[in-house]
Design a protein around this ligand. Structure first.
Ligand SMILES: NC(=O)c1ccc[n+]([C@@H]2O[C@H](COP(=O)([O-])OP(=O)(O)OC[C@H]3O[C@@H](n4cnc5c(N)ncnc54)[C@H](OP(=O)(O)O)[C@@H]3O)[C@@H](O)[C@H]2O)c1
Length: 241
């Protein structure tokens, strides 16, 4: 693999690309020459991210997007293809948390987590796959979590959404691999982001950074054609004891 992967002429969608891990992935792709479309619900944060990422190029675009809405997703994918001429890479990163005991969980919170973290990925894949096929293949990378295999109390909706996302990714991987579409899922442990309203704070330097996850995603989409890194677990090398 070259030191700096080349993604020139590639077009990528990064959902949840306005902050944290998604923003870092979009920045890494932009730096490697790709055209990138980012989508998230808060339009002003999307616009700010486009300004931060563009660096004088016209290869970064975006729009308000709620992945829970299949019509919005379809429009977003169509816009991407219209603007950049096709689609090669879909990064399903948009996700929400919420930690409540199952017995106390509101229907609203349950639905929001499952609809975003699982159904949102389904909507994006369904809209993107015909375009990936048209390009002769591509990549789908789903940002899951170690919470998809490690249960913990108050993680009923979140752990379930990510466990289901892992299985979804495995099924899809088998369904589209002969179309040269390579499907992967990445399961990070603790990453310093604003996830769940948290902030980077003193004493959290043991966590991974969003850029660490972006580096792995970049490796996944730059690997040789023979190989598919279908499932990647990543965790802080020295977690707090
Ligand atoms: N941070 C961690 O420790 C960690 C660990 C493992 C896995 N992950 C996963 O990594 C992914 C990114 O999380 P992060 O840590 O980078 O958190 P983050 O900074 O809160 O970013 C989440 C992004 O998703 C967007 N988003 C949320 N709901 C959306 C929706 N319905 N439609 C479109 N966009 C939506 C958010 O923007 P809007 O709110 O404006 O929509 C934001 O851009 C998530 O899937 C998360 O589960 C995080």
């Amino acid at each position: 693999m070259p030191d700096t992967p080349q993604l020139t002429d590639k077009v990528a969608i990064v959902t949840g690309g306005s902050s944290g891990i998604g923003l870092a992935i979009a920045a890494a792709f932009q730096a490697c020459g790709a055209s990138v479309m980012i989508g998230a619900r808060d339009e002003s944060r999307v616009e700010q991210a486009i300004r931060d990422l563009s660096m004088g190029t016209d290869r970064v675009g975006g729009a308000a997007l709620d992945v829970r809405d299949p019509d919005q997703v379809e429009t977003f994918v169509t816009q991407t293809v219209k603007r950049f001429g096709g689609l090669d890479i879909l990064i399903n990163n948009a996700g929400v948390g919420g930690y409540t005991k199952i017995a106390d969980q509101s229907l609203e919170e349950w639905r929001s987590i499952i609809d975003t973290n699982l159904s949102g990925v389904f909507h994006c894949c369904r809209s993107a796959i015909p375009h990936l096929r048209r390009r002769g293949g591509g990549f789908i990378v789903n940002i899951s979590s170690l919470a998809g295999k490690n249960a913990f109390p108050m993680g009923g909706a979140y752990c379930s959404s990510k466990a289901a996302l892992n299985m979804f990714s495995e099924v899809l991987m088998q369904e589209v691999r002969y179309d040269d579409i390579r499907v992967s899922y990445v399961m990070p442990g603790s990453v310093t982001t604003a996830f769940d309203g948290g902030r980077a704070h003193a004493g959290s330097d043991w966590k991974m950074t969003a850029e660490d996850v972006a580096e792995v995603v970049l490796d996944i989409v730059s690997i040789n054609r023979r190989t598919l890194a279908s499932r990647v677990e990543m965790r802080p090398s020295k977690p707090k004891k």
